[in-house]
Design a protein around this ligand. Structure first.
Ligand code: FAD
Ligand code: FES
Ligand code: MG
Length: 334
């Protein structure tokens, strides 16, 4: 078991930090590598990059965005709880060398993945400019840490609530035009990495991106993480996750990431419903013994209050049995 020793919430509770006891992994981990975690016996295997390691304390730190069922389960773990399995370090470590001026660009939780890489590039003697972005000020993560890990930090928000009003790619282009950039490292949502690589290709600046395809075993056996790079098939878990940004087939990656959207949505919704049945308060001002209410049944909660998931099934009658509970969702609404 791998005990959680520190837990923090960021970006209005949509991003969670867990510091986990894993001394053997902490000893071996290098920037750019990831772990695969399972919360419990039935749990899904979830790949997450190590945002930090502490060899003395024997811990690793993961920072993840709550997007679906498994990350919602992870979010429910408290300090003192434990992950059943954590395997790693997996994947190739980032190739770190002194090249001169480097620009590290991070979007969303990509900033967490970028953090140890940025720090290592600075420690290797590079002049590191870091550009991080989020949709708004409240969703920005690790600003202080990225400031310490780089020489020059620029911040962007899509809505202009903080820093540069606009995308990280605009600021990156201005930094490249100022001259002498020898390497760009870009980590974030796939459309961001695609746009960023298109720009750096025009300026002929070598670019490294970290890919996040769906992974299962993480050891090169299942083929789930197949990506096309320079016309060749690669397995991101063993050949990556970092690749030459100018050679990646981003459109294929985006399509493959959406392969199970409907199943993932259904699983997430069911988990939130069951959790609410077990722990949530009675709704509609009435307490019905043995009857559990879902956030989806209440007109005041057409989205899950725990995770923000919008439910297409709101206001529809649904009966589900679970562990002695009857979930009568939407039963009180036409
Ligand atoms: P679901 O609702 O099941 O899925 C939501 C979306 O996440 C899917 O549509 C799909 O695009 C993706 N996804 C689903 N299952 C997997 C899977 N087994 N492997 C990869 N992607 C999947 N996220 C972070 O927030 N922080 C990180 O540091 C981080 N590091 C990653 C490192 C690697 C090498 C990879 C491959 C992914 C990383 N991710 C990271 C993404 C993270 O693994 C997914 O967000 C997570 O698996 C979603 O699981 P879920 O059940 O909560 O969501
Ligand atoms: Fe199975 Fe990469 S996750 S081959
Ligand atoms: Mg999942």
């Amino acid at each position: 078991m791998f005990k959680i020793v520190r837990r923090e919430e960021m970006a209005e509770g949509t991003v969670i930090l867990n510091e986990i006891e894993a001394p053997l992994i902490a000893q071996k981990a290098k920037p750019g590598q990831f772990v695969i975690l399972k919360a419990n016996e039935e749990g899904e295997r979830i790949p997450l990059t190590m945002a930090d390691t502490d060899v003395e304390k024997g811990t690793i730190t993961i920072i993840y965005m709550v997007v679906g069922k498994s990350t919602a389960i992870f979010k429910d773990l408290a300090v003192g709880d434990a992950y059943q399995d954590v395997i790693g370090p997996l994947g190739k470590a980032t190739h770190i060398e002194k090249v001169g001026k480097v620009v590290c660009v991070g979007g969303g939780t990509g900033v967490a993945v970028l953090h140890p890489i940025t720090r290592a590039l600075k420690e290797a003697g590079n002049d590191v400019t870091c550009i991080i972005g989020a949709s708004n000020k409240d969703l920005l993560i690790l600003e202080k840490e990225m400031d310490a890990a780089s020489h020059d930090l620029r911040v962007c928000t899509d809505d202009g609530s903080y820093g540069h009003h606009g995308f990280v790619t605009e600021v990156m282009q201005a930094v490249i035009e100022a001259g002498d950039v020898k390497l760009v490292v870009g980590i974030g949502p796939v459309p961001m990495m695609k746009a960023l690589s298109g720009i750096t290709q025009k300026y002929d600046v070598p670019t490294m991106v970290s890919l996040n395809p769906i992974m299962v075993d993480g050891t090169g056996m299942c083929g789930g993480c197949r990506v096309s790079v320079g016309g060749e098939t690669k397995f991101a878990c063993v050949d990556g996750p970092e690749f030459d940004g100018h050679k990646v087939d981003y459109d294929e990656l985006m399509l493959r990431l959406q392969a199970y959207l409907e199943e993932e949505r259904r699983c997430h919704e069911e988990y939130c419903t069951i959790r609410d049945a077990q722990y949530g308060p009675p709704r509609n001002g009435i307490f019905w013994p043995g009857v559990a209410f879902s956030p989806f049944c209440d007109p005041r909660h057409s989205a899950c209050y725990a995770c923000g998931l919008k439910s297409a099934q709101a206001f529809r009658l649904r009966l589900t049995g679970y562990a002695g509970h009857v979930l009568r969702t939407e039963i009180y609404h036409p």
